[in-house]
Design a protein. Structure first.
Length: 102
């Protein structure tokens, strides 16, 4: 469990956590969850190949949780409509500030 695949998964995990922690918006968070899905799947395979069943089991559960995150942040039609509306409101607020109305 010390090869290049494990290092890529570890680095990917750190990047995904950073994307979510930056709190720079729903899209960034959603892509953090996508990356978490990829590295979780990698950890599952690595755990199974190396007979590290606790790692495989934990990451199988994390994979499901991360899929839920992808749904919530990127794919849910309801949340996508809310995001579109929030972006419209943000643009209007920026215009108001530029025009001295706020």
């Amino acid at each position: 469990m010390n090869g290049p695949v494990e290092w890529l998964a570890a680095i990917g995990t750190m990047i995904a956590a950073g994307l979510i922690a930056t709190d720079t918006g729903r899209k960034t968070t959603g892509w953090g969850f996508v990356l978490f899905c990829l590295v979780s799947a990698t950890w599952v395979v690595t755990g199974l190949v190396d007979h590290a069943l606790p790692i495989a089991a934990m990451n199988a559960m994390l994979f499901l949780i991360n899929v839920w995150g992808v749904w919530q942040y990127l794919l849910s039609p309801k949340n996508r409509r809310k995001l579109k509306r929030l972006e419209e409101l943000e643009e209007q607020a920026e215009e108001d500030v530029e025009n001295g109305q706020a």
